[in-house]
Design a protein around this ligand. Structure first.
Ligand code: T4K
Length: 379
């Protein structure tokens, strides 16, 4: 194969979607004129209603980031004791449990979807279990039916970390409608963002009231503070940007979908590479990430070797999610962190590689990245 030159400019795992600067300036003018910068202003109010409709959910509360949102979700349901979760996720997921004085119990993951293995949850339940905190990893929906069945049988709450799942639907139903509460992240690296930001979605008005109090110090009015809340508020500038960004999501998803197809075509026949899991027909995907798995025994090179080689070509993929959460120093002593308890997660954690994925990425650049990966295999 002919020599491949490194990219002149670094290709990162992702790039934020940037709205048109004039549109932003115009919105900033409105905000300046309103003299209202934060604390439940008009932009905030309008974005909440617009997102409820976009995500097809009954109630939504905006937050200053997804992590604080998830912390408040746990507080709002008054969870305690132990919560069953996945080790294959971003650090924020188990950390919100720790910050709520709850012990994370790691359950192994499903070989195909890389989500919590719903069939193994039951075996992790103890008298201290109060909830299941599952993650729709890379936007692939969890086995929501089975999870709800287990939760109902044992009287557990279900919280979904839907940080990756903005706009995902099952049978036309917004992904946020499953479980008791779902959290979305609107971080700059997400397919839809507000620079930093996040939201909780939930099904009843009382819960919305409680969540909205919790994100505003528990302040009910000038004379009453009714619970120990925190500051989780999203300001007007980011809410306004969020309103603009809603007009960009579909085009961004369309572009990413084309790039997904190219990766599928270019890497589909490479021995030892497992492609991004395909969503079933009834699922509307959001094409947020493109993640492959490299089986060293078949591919001939390890994931870490491929990662290092790609960097030599100025491509910076990421090993989401390695290390596994059970490997962090703060969790490795837990019984559920043992290798025997998490055989699938341990293999997948060594294999995954998130390849560059963002709308502005050129199709030819994706082909070149794939050519480099094939070249690495043949070296
Ligand atoms: N639950 C799950 C399952 C999550 O994945 C996350 C966050 C959360 C909860 C918490 O939600 P938030 O509290 O963040 O709302 C990134 C994101 O910061 C993080 O939001 C995301 N998950 C995670 C999967 O990815 P890092 O540490 O990998 O980000 P960073 O700064 O290395 O950015 C990745 C690449 O993006 C860079 O190499 C270059 C590019 N980039 C990044 C930024 C911020 C840019 O080009 N421009 C930018 O402004 O965590």
């Amino acid at each position: 194969m002919s020599k491949i030159e490194p990219f002149a400019e670094t290709i990162f795992v992702t790039r934020p979607v940037f709205p048109n600067i004039e549109e932003v300036t115009e919105k900033l003018r409105d905000i300046w004129e309103s003299k209202w910068l934060t604390n439940n202003g008009p932009q905030h109010h309008m974005l909440e209603r617009e997102l409820e409709s976009f995500l097809k959910v009954p109630y939504l509360s905006l937050f200053n980031n997804g992590t604080i949102a998830l912390m408040v979700a746990i507080q709002s349901l008054r969870l305690q004791g132990e919560v069953i979760t996945t080790p294959f996720t971003f650090a924020a997921t188990p950390h919100v449990l720790s910050w709520n004085n709850i012990q994370p119990i790691f359950c192994d993951i499903d070989e195909e979807t890389m989500n919590i293995d719903a069939n193994k949850i039951e075996s992790m339940i103890t008298p201290h279990t109060t909830a299941i905190l599952a993650v729709h990893v890379f936007g692939t929906p969890c086995n929501v039916e089975k999870i709800q069945q287990v939760a109902d049988a044992y009287g557990l709450k279900v919280v979904y970390d839907a940080a990756h799942a903005f706009g995902v639907e099952i049978d036309g139903n917004g992904i946020g409608n499953f479980g008791d509460i779902s959290m979305f992240s609107f971080h700059a690296t997400k397919v839809y963002h507000t620079l930093e930001g996040g939201a909780l979605v939930h099904k009843n008005k009382n819960l919305k009231q409680r969540i909205d109090l919790l994100k505003n110090f528990g302040i009910k009015n000038e004379d009453e503070v009714v619970m120990p809340g925190i500051n989780g508020k999203l300001d007007e500038v980011r809410a306004a940007i969020g309103r603009i960004m809603l007009n960009y999501v579909e085009e961004e998803q369309y572009k990413r979908r084309q790039l997904h197809k190219i990766y599928d075509e270019e890497l589909g026949n490479v021995d030892g590479i497992k492609l991004m899991p395909k969503c079933p027909e009834n699922v509307k995907s959001n094409y947020q990430y493109y993640v492959i798995r490299i089986d060293e025994k078949v591919f001939g090179k390890s994931r870490d070797y491929v990662y290092d080689e790609l960097r030599k070509y100025n491509v910076y993929p990421r090993k989401y999610f390695h290390p596994l959460c059970n490997e962090y120093t703060c969790y490795r002593q837990l019984n559920s962190s043992s290798v025997e308890n998490l055989p699938v997660a341990n293999v997948i954690g060594q294999q995954v590689l998130s390849l560059p994925m963002y709308g502005e990425l050129a199709a030819d650049d994706v082909r070149k990245i794939c050519a480099i990966i094939r070249l690495v295999a043949s070296k």
